[in-house]
Design a protein. Structure first.
Length: 246
């Protein structure tokens, strides 16, 4: 797997889809510690401006969480793995119902018994982070599998980096990107998706199908991504070069 090619003026028809945690920003032990720095905000503003607005965040976080991280910069976004979608014109679409309250209660009780586990409640899903307690991985996975097994077929279990999440079955980043590609200003452009985690594989598959650029940050063994960048800093340097294309 190789480094993606440097963008040229002829590539101004690209449409940008960017994951957040582990891609644009380093992963923190606690999700609430993540915030965008001024340099990243300027970079995203330049990308959006120089590519005619064709930039969207594609994240497992909720829309409220993304807006906390990026402050006054309100970007188009697929949040909660596509269950919430804010279009480029600001229209917000919700595409799912809430996860059963009983699941949230049981996950919260598990976290209360094990200090260091973090429950992340979103409008349409609930996740359990164990980055601060990697020793509890087996306990977390077993408990979440059991909770999921007792729910109906309308939900699924999604594994990420030190997090397990229960969410509606139809949600994934690939379907979110496909949906954006049917709207302005993304329609007719070449999609570029950058991610770092197993949850981003759905996005890589769709972008490959559409003939775009699929780029994985960090370890890429077994990934569907066609290109690779080493880390967050490497990605930001590559994006800066793209933003400066005239």
């Amino acid at each position: 797997m190789h480094r993606p090619p440097p963008p040229h003026a002829a590539d101004r028809h690209w449409a940008w889809f960017l994951d957040v945690d582990g891609t644009l920003l380093e992963i923190e032990a606690y999700p609430d510690l993540v915030t965008a720095d001024a340099r990243l905000l300027r970079l995203l503003q330049d990308l959006r401006s120089n590519y005619d607005g064709a930039l969207a965040l594609i994240s497992g976080r909720s829309l409220d969480q993304l807006d906390r991280i990026f402050g006054a910069l309100r970007l188009a976004a697929a949040a909660s793995h596509g269950l919430q979608q804010r279009l480029a014109d600001g229209t917000v679409l919700n595409k799912a119902s809430e996860v059963p309250s009983g699941s949230l209660r049981r996950i919260t009780e598990l976290a209360d018994r094990h200090p260091g586990l973090v429950v992340e409640q979103k409008p349409f899903s609930v996740g359990l982070h164990y980055r601060a307690r990697p020793d509890l991985e087996a306990t977390v996975l077993e408990a979440m599998e059991k909770i999921h097994s007792e729910l109906d077929n309308g939900v699924r279990l999604m594994h990420g980096k030190m997090v397990v999440e229960i969410l509606p079955a139809g949600a994934n980043k690939g379907s979110a990107i496909r949906s954006f590609m049917q709207t302005r200003p993304f329609r007719g452009r070449l999609p570029v998706f950058v991610g770092d985690d197993v949850t981003d594989e759905y996005g890589f598959a769709v972008v490959n199908e559409l003939g775009g650029l699929s780029i994985r940050v960090g370890s890429a063994a077994g990934s569907a991504a066609k290109w690779q960048l080493r880390n967050v800093a490497d990605l930001r340097a590559w994006l800066r070069a793209a933003a400066d294309v005239r």
